[in-house]
Ligand binder design. Structure first.
Ligand code: AMP
Length: 191
């Protein structure tokens, strides 16, 4: 299986690139943000609880997202593999993902980290906010909150994947297709 983590801060282009990658490599896209937003839209108890945190730009509890991912992995085993987008975001999530993969006799192939500077991230989130309707895309204070959460809780995972020799850093600035080609080149090089 080809199991890829698409890693990066808010606005790095993970959703955009995931859509292109799943088409080319026939993978299943697992975005915890999308799954949570579906729960919010369906007004489930989980969705109602998660919305309060998501709107503020802070993380939903590890147990909730790990449980959601577990269910989706079980449901989609047997395909070519997965693209994880927005997951893992904490060390317990990364460790749980490795365990879940091992349970299914597979593993993470590589982590592709999109590198984009903060000025460009803010620009992209501001643009997206005009059409996404997402509360967390609307103001600068929430953007900075999300960046703090990323820098403190998520970015350190690069060390985790680097120590496993799985981290591939890719320039996430520039044209969508150029970035896509750079991602594909890393994937095609193999693990
Ligand atoms: P995203 O669409 O990836 O930007 O996620 C939007 C929001 O959903 C985040 O700010 C968190 O509140 C929540 N969320 C998404 N993925 C996770 C995750 N792996 N762990 C915790 N919270 C998450």
């Amino acid at each position: 299986m080809l199991n890829i983590i698409l890693f990066g801060p808010p606005g790095a282009g993970k959703g955009t690139q995931s859509a292109k990658l799943i088409e080319k490599y026939k993978l299943v896209h697992l975005s915890t943000g999308d799954i949570l937003r579906a729960e919010v839209a369906a007004q489930t108890p989980l969705g109602k609880e998660a919305k309060l945190l998501m709107d503020k730009g802070v993380l939903v509890s590890d147990n909730i997202v790990i449980g959601m991912i577990d269910a989706k992995i079980v449901k989609n085993m047997g395909g070519n593999g997965f693209i994880f987008d927005g997951f893992p975001r904490t060390l317990p999530q990364a460790e749980s993902l490795d365990k879940l993969m091992a349970t299914h006799s597979t593993s993470i192939t590589m982590t592709l980290a999109l590198e984009v500077n903060e000025k460009e991230l803010f620009h992209r989130i501001s643009l997206r906010g005009k059409s996404s309707g997402r509360v967390d895309d609307q103001d600068e204070a929430t953007f900075h909150k999300r960046m703090n959460v990323y820098n403190n809780e998520t970015s350190p995972l690069k060390h985790y994947y680097k120590s496993q020799n799985k981290l591939r850093q890719v320039n996430g600035m520039g044209e969508v297709d150029d970035i896509f080609n750079a991602l594909c080149a890393e994937i095609d090089k193999g693990a």
